[in-house]
Every structure is written in structure tokens, then in C-alpha cells.
Design a protein around this ligand. Structure first.
Ligand SMILES: *[C@@H]1O[C@H](CO)[C@@H](O)[C@H](O)[C@H]1NC(C)=O
Ligand SMILES: *[C@@H]1O[C@H](CO)[C@@H](O)[C@H](O)[C@H]1NC(C)=O
Length: 597
């Protein structure tokens, strides 16, 4: 053991009782003591002497990573330990909601009690539910030693929760406890109205604030708000909303500070952060996550394809390559005819053009050379013209649309930007090494609310939204009903992610909250809440418009031909007429000039 005992002091006897009763289940224990302790430890443990070299933040971190997260501390100034514990918090990856801290005085001296009691008023102490102080006290019986067993209230109002309470008293002569109570009483069953600070902002349908109190008595509602309210009803806490309307989800800086919902949880300004926070890796390194609350799917609304402009119709029956082939045929046949005519260009272009558009030709020629060139040209143009005619008939009857954006690859190919008012939409993709994800991040743009509102009518970008398990869409307020009418939902999801509640690392509430969420899933309440909230608060017209965006009635209708269909042909005719008139005028003009000379 740590030291071979010559005699065992009363405080060691008491510590032994506490270890046997409360810490025997512990996976691994860290004992930090300036003086040797004679106790038997029935579990694995590490002994650190703060007076010697080997008590450092690095050692503490290494131990914490190995799962040694219950502590027995006997230091002159235990605040050092609390600070070290706080220092390793951002770096440590192993989390536990129920760390136990047992703190002993170094001497029996009354003066050494003060720093230990002050420990309870430290901000750091409020992150731990299980702190036990063992402090010697006066007794009437002279030969007897007595020890107070003290902890902080932890529960109750802000002013109360830091106050020490004496749980029990132990006498060395009789070796018995006065009250015989459980020494780690903060099991989070009843927080007695303790404030639970929730940082969030309005994000429908997860979080709705500023609701008319006639509609929702507390002035707030939403899937995650209901979860939090249920949590506080269960463990008797008081919800205090901390609004992050400006920085929204926010971010964490290198220096362990941050802004927005995430930042306020990291800095300890709030206990729980909610608002559709996905299980992002960078955030997981800095905070505790509850289990998944809502499975969410990210997808985009893209501009719905429109019917093609009608002037393009005459060009549609043939693809690009056939048009090129037609032009080559024209040039080639003209050259052929010119050669056949004995290198005379006598109307060669006109004759070939006329033949290609199947016009009869008046040619008086006995030459078989010319006849065979024209003959073969007639055969090929017959086929081309019938193919064109058939194609034109089909483009006239079935409406033609612009290419539609259905998959992520379509979006990448079209180089259309997608965006929202915060970077958070790309956090889940940020660490991916897939080329598609990398390109998606590049095409993502952040705009202000007003700019997004303006752009929603320009058909130039895609807007990200979430689809929830019960079929609700979480969309930005910047998309109005009018704007949505001209958009359609893509067919392929970008990615799926799990919404969680984020808590301070090692928060005592994490396990409790996860337990509640498990119960909510089990009972189906989360799905029911989602439907209730969306029916009550969301604009069902927008929801329906998005849901049915691919089944709009004007898509695929067959209509009788109207002027629009032949607009393009008239356009060609008018262009031709104008050009020929111009040339005609030019010819007359040039002729006159020539005659004058
Ligand atoms: C909840 O806390 C309040 C104090 O805010 C207390 O008056 C009440 O009795 C507690 N409820 C229960 C069920 O203990
Ligand atoms: C932390 O970093 C951010 C940005 O990098 C800076 O704005 C902030 O002032 C820093 N805070 C502290 C306490 O150093």
C-alpha cells in the first residue's frame, strides 16, 4: 500500500469507510496527497504527490484519458487542483457526468479549513455535483475527534446552490455517523428550482420564442423547447432562455472562447445549447452531446425548370452534332456541285440550299456529273427533312423544359450556388475528404437575411432546408410563399445528421438529459411534437408547396398549338425578309453608282 502504517489516524479510518462504501465501484481513482495516506484501495489507482514533480496538468490529463476520474485530494490549496481540472477540460476526450471529488485537510489546524470551504464558491465547483469535504470540528468530548462531512447544496436558487451544507458528522471514538445519510446526495432527482440556462434562438420548428402567451402559456414552444421544458418539469429546474439572435449557432475560437449558442455553452454562460445543433466533430471535442433528439436530412430547394423560350423551338429537333453535320453537308455539296459544273459557281449555293430544304430545282443540264451530285443530295435531304419534321412535331406537342436539378451532381454541374444565413450548414461536411463534399462546400455562400430574401426571386441559387422525421420542413424565414412557388425540391439528400443538445463538458446533466430523450423516443412523443408544432405554427401552405413541388399541375400538360410555338419560325422569316430587303436596297444602290461612272 501507499505507506506501511504505524498507526492509522482517525481521518484515515473515515476515508477508508467512505472509499469502501462510495468509491468501490470506481473504475480508477486518483489520489493526490501531500502526506502519505494509509488506506486500502480496492480498485486501481494512481498516487500523485503535488510537492514532488509528478503532479502536472499533463499527468492529470493522461490519467483522465485513461478513465481515472474520481479524485481524493489532500492539498494545502485544493483550488490549484480545481484549476488544473478546469485546464484539462477542453483537451480531455473521456467524459463523465458523475465524477466524485473527496477533499481532505492537510492538518487539523482550523486555519486550513478556510481555503477548503472557499472551494465550494468557485465557479468551477458548480460543474460538479459530487464534491465531499471532510473537515475536523470541535467536540465536547476531549479525547474524541469529530469530522463534518460537507458538500455544496448544488440545487436550489443561484444564491443557495453554492452554500455548504453539513451532511453528517462522524465521531472517531464511537466510529459512527450522526445521521447516517448518503454522502453524495445530488442525484439530480430534484433540483429545487435551480436555474437551467438554455442558449438558443428562434429556429422553427425546433425553437419558437416570443410566442403569444394566449397560444403557448410560457411564450415559447418548439420540439426542443418542449423537450427542455419536460426536462425541467422532471428534475424541478427553472428554464432561463439566453438568446443568441445575432450570432445564431456561432463558433468556437482557438482560445476556448466563442460566440453564439455553441460559444455560450463552451464558455459556461449557459448549461444547455439547443437549436438544431448537429453532431459536429469539432464541437464534440469541446462539449458534451446528449443522445440524438431528431434525425434531420439536409436537402435543397432549387429553381423549378421553366418551359423553354419558344424562339429556340425550331432548333430543338436536332442535336448540336446533327446541325454541324448539316452545315458540313451543305459546304461539301456546294463544293462538289461547283467542281461538277466545271469549276463554275453558277448558283451552286442556292441550288444546294434549296435541295436541302426539299425545294424542287429547275436545272437544265445534260451532264451526268451534275445530276448524280444533285441526286445523292436529294436522297440525303429527304431523310434529313423527314427526321426534322418528326422532331419538330414532337417538340410542338410536348412542352420542353430547361434541364432540372435533381441530384447533388446536377447542382455541382450547374455551378449554381447554394446557401443560407450561416456557415453551420457545411460543418457536417467540413471534414469529409470526398470530392463531392469538398465541391459542395466551395459552392456554399452565406448571405444576409435581406439578401437571401431578394435572391429567392432571382432563380440563381439553391436554398438549403431540413426535412424532419415526421415530414416537416425547417426552412428559413427568408423564403416566402411566393418565392417557393417557383422552386422545387431536389430528389437527392445532401446528408443526414443527428440533432443533439450540447452541454458543458462533463456536465452533470448530460446523462440525465439523454435518459429523458430516450424516454421521449420510446413513447413517440418527439414525432408527435413535431407534427403538433408544425401544424400549430408553421405556414402549411409553404410546407405543402414544398412537399408537392414536383407534382404541380401545369407540368406535363398537353396543349393545342398557339402562337408561341411558331414564334421562332416567324422570327427566322422576319430576319430573312429584313436581310433580303437590305441587300436588295444595297444592290440597287451599288448598281446606280456603277451606272453613273
Ligand atoms: C420544486 O422546487 C420548488 C422550489 O423552487 C419547491 O418549492 C418545490 O417543492 C419543488 N418540487 C418538488 C416536487 O419537490
Ligand atoms: C479569442 O479569440 C477571438 C478571435 O480569435 C478574439 O476575438 C477574442 O478576443 C479572444 N478572447 C480572448 C479572451 O483571448
Amino acid at each position: 500500500m501507499i505507506a506501511i502504517p504505524h498507526f492509522i489516524s482517525p481521518i484515515e479510518i473515515l476515508l477508508q469507510i467512505i472509499i469502501n462504501k462510495y468509491l468501490s465501484e470506481s473504475y480508477c481513482l486518483v489520489v493526490i496527497s501531500e502526506t502519505p495516506l494509509s488506506v486500502k484501495l480496492p480498485m486501481s489507482f494512481t498516487y500523485l504527490d503535488p510537492k514532488k514533480e509528478h503532479f502536472s496538468v499533463e499527468t492529470l490529463l493522461k490519467l483522465s484519458e485513461e478513465g481515472c476520474s474520481d479524485y481524493i485530494i489532500r492539498m494545502e490549496d485544493p483550488r490549484q487542483f480545481m484549476n488544473a481540472l478546469e485546464e484539462i477540460r477542453p483537451m480531455s476526450m473521456v467524459r463523465r457526468s458523475d465524477k466524485k471529488l473527496v477533499i481532505l485537510p492537510v492538518t487539523d489546524d482550523e486555519n486550513s479549513m478556510e481555503p477548503i470551504l472557499n472551494l465550494l464558491t468557485m465557479k468551477e465547483s458548480s460543474y460538479y455535483a459530487h464534491i465531499l469535504l471532510i473537515l475536523p470540528t470541535q467536540t465536547e468530548r476531549f479525547e474524541c475527534l469529530a469530522f463534518n462531512l460537507i458538500t455544496h447544496r448544488f440545487v436550489g436558487s443561484d444564491s443557495e446552490s453554492k452554500l455548504p451544507i453539513i451532511l453528517d458528522r462522524w465521531y472517531s471514538c464511537t466510529n459512527h455517523f450522526e445521521n447516517n445519510v448518503y454522502l453524495f446526495p445530488n442525484d439530480l432527482k430534484n433540483l429545487n428550482g435551480k436555474t437551467m440556462k438554455i442558449s438558443t434562438f428562434i429556429y422553427k420548428p425546433y425553437v419558437l420564442l416570443d410566442v403569444d402567451t394566449a397560444v403557448a402559456p410560457l411564450g415559447r414552444d418548439g420540439i426542443e423547447i418542449r423537450m427542455i421544458d419536460e426536462f425541467c418539469r422532471w428534475i424541478n429546474c427553472t428554464v432561463q432562455i439566453i438568446r443568441e439572435d445575432v450570432d445564431l449557432w456561432g463558433e468556437i475560437y482557438e482560445n476556448e472562447t466563442g460566440i453564439g449558442v455553441i460559444g455560450s455553452v463552451v464558455e459556461g454562460r449557459s448549461d444547455i445549447g439547443i437549436a438544431a445543433l448537429y453532431s459536429w466533430y469539432e464541437e464534440w471535442k469541446a462539449m458534451d452531446f446528449s443522445v440524438s433528439v431528431v434525425r434531420s436530412a439536409v436537402i435543397c430547394l432549387v429553381p423549378a425548370p421553366r418551359v423553354l423560350e419558344s424562339w429556340e423551338l425550331p432548333f430543338l429537333p436536332f442535336g448540336k452534332s446533327i446541325w454541324i453535320a448539316v452545315v458540313i453537308t451543305f459546304v461539301y455539296a456546294s463544293i462538289g456541285l461547283t467542281i461538277a459544273q466545271g469549276c463554275s459557281s453558277n448558283k451552286a449555293l442556292l441550288i444546294v440550299f434549296g435541295t436541302i430544304i426539299s425545294q424542287s430545282q429547275y436545272i437544265v443540264s445534260d451532264s451526268w456529273r451534275i445530276r448524280s451530285v444533285i441526286g445523292w443530295l436529294l436522297v440525303s435531304s429527304l431523310i434529313l427533312v423527314s427526321a426534322y419534321g418528326a422532331g419538330l412535331a414532337s417538340t410542338f406537342t410536348v412542352p420542353q423544359y430547361e434541364p432540372s436539378i435533381d441530384t447533388v451532381q446536377d447542382l455541382l454541374n450547374s455551378r449554381m450556388e447554394w446557401g443560407a444565413n450561416h456557415e453551420a450548414w457545411t460543418f457536417s461536411l467540413a471534414l469529409s475528404s470526398e470530392p463531392v463534399a469538398k465541391k459542395l462546400i466551395k459552392q456554399f455562400k452565406i448571405y444576409s437575411f435581406e439578401e437571401l430574401q431578394r435572391r429567392s426571386f432571382l432563380r440563381k441559387m439553391a436554398f438549403s432546408l431540413e426535412e424532419l422525421p415526421a415530414g416537416t420542413f425547417a426552412i428559413g424565414e427568408y423564403l416566402s410563399k411566393e418565392a417557393v412557388q417557383d422552386m422545387q425540391l431536389m430528389l437527392e439528400f445532401f446528408y443526414f445528421d443527428h440533432c443533439v443538445a450540447m452541454l458543458h463538458k462533463n456536465s452533470p446533466y448530460t446523462e440525465k438529459l439523454s435518459e429523458l430523450i430516450g424516454r421521449l423516443h420510446q413513447s413517440g412523443l418527439l414525432l408527435a411534437w413535431e407534427s403538433q408544432v408544425s401544424l400549430k405554427y408553421l405556414d402549411y401552405k409553404i410546407q405543402l408547396e414544398i412537399r408537392l413541388s414536383r407534382a404541380r399541375s401545369d407540368v406535363g400538360d398537353l396543349k393545342p398549338l398557339n402562337f408561341n410555338h411558331v414564334e421562332g419560325i416567324f422570327l427566322i422569316f422576319i430576319t430573312g425578309t429584313i436581310l433580303s430587303t437590305l441587300f436588295f436596297a444595297l444592290e440597287i444602290f451599288i448598281g446606280k453608282q456603277a451606272r453613273k461612272k
